[in-house]
Design a protein around this ligand. Structure first.
Ligand code: NAI
Length: 250
């Protein structure tokens, strides 16, 4: 299929809910053809119904790394191009350090880190043919400072920041910009679960967030739209906190 310069095609992993859904929604509102990839078919279906005809769902468990090359091939043959990749899918696990099993640690690393590598590698093969592209990895405050009881999550997100920089230096000369967004505390199911059960942690979060309230998923959508657009054409290799000041808070 010929590349269409009037059209942009994006992939958003975990696009069926939370931050991913907000990013997909912002892209679709800006006429970007957006493929949302996720595990939960019902959630994906609800998202495509909500976002309309510029949004396409492909069910795929990204932690199943061997399925990734086929996923990317099917997107390229259907859409002819991939302009934007947002690696957003992720899981968290809150447990005391000594309680975490090797299997649990590995599962978080596979989902949050290995899938980002494998999917980016396959998408970059296509972006190199095009000579351009923009990749956005979703990081976390867990990579900005030490958070207790999320050892695997912290390891995965810190590695995401390093991988973002390594990809940026290697791929930017070839026209592919690579950046990360580090969301602060954003209202989603994931944070509701993590914070509502732990009032002390909730207090700590607000205590060091200068803006004094949690962010909205749409705040991350705006940042992703900006970083993926030509308005950010000279920006690569950054980890952009969108956090109400949480990462610099006292
Ligand atoms: P969420 O749980 O609402 O969304 C995560 C999405 O990823 C879900 O749609 C889920 O089905 C999908 N997903 C998980 N594992 C998958 C797999 N193996 N294959 C395919 N899809 C999979 O959570 P939320 O909060 O929207 O998180 C999105 C990203 O933002 C994650 O990477 C998370 O670490 C990051 N983040 C979230 C923050 C927050 O305050 N909510 C703060 C910092 C980072």
């Amino acid at each position: 299929m010929e590349r269409d310069n009037q059209k942009k095609v994006a992939i958003v992993t975990g696009g069926g809910s939370g931050i991913g859904l907000a990013i997909a929604s912002k892209f679709v509102a800006n006429h970007i053809h957006t493929v949302i990839v996720g595990r939960d078919e019902e959630k994906l279906k609800a998202a495509t119904n909500q976002l309309g005809e510029c949004c396409y769902a492909i069910p795929c468990d990204v932690s199943n790394l061997s399925s990734i090359p086929g996923l990317v091939d099917s997107i390229v043959s259907r859409f002819g191009q991939i302009d934007i990749l947002v690696n957003n899918a992720g899981i968290n696990m809150k447990k005391d350090f000594t309680e975490v099993t090797d299997e649990e640690f590995q599962q978080v690393i596979t989902t949050n880190l290995c899938s980002v590598f494998s999917l980016s590698r396959e998408v970059v093969k296509q972006m190199l043919k095009q000579g351009n592209g923009s990749i956005i990895n979703i990081s976390s405050m867990a990579a900005q400072y030490g958070l207790p009881k999320v050892i695997a999550y912290s390891a995965s997100k810190t590695a995401i920041d390093g991988m973002t920089r390594a990809m940026a230096v290697e791929l930017s000369p070839k026209g592919i910009r690579v950046n990360a967004i580090a969301p602060g505390f954003i209202e989603t199911d994931m944070t509701a679960k993590a914070l509502n059960a732990d009032p002390e942690r909730k207090q700590k979060v607000f205590g060091r967030t200068p803006m004094g309230y949690m962010g909205e998923t749409a705040d991350i959508g705006e940042a992703a739209l900006f970083l993926s657009s030509d308005a950010a054409k000279y920006i690569t290799g950054v980890v952009l906190p969108v956090d109400g000041g949480n990462s610099i808070g006292f």
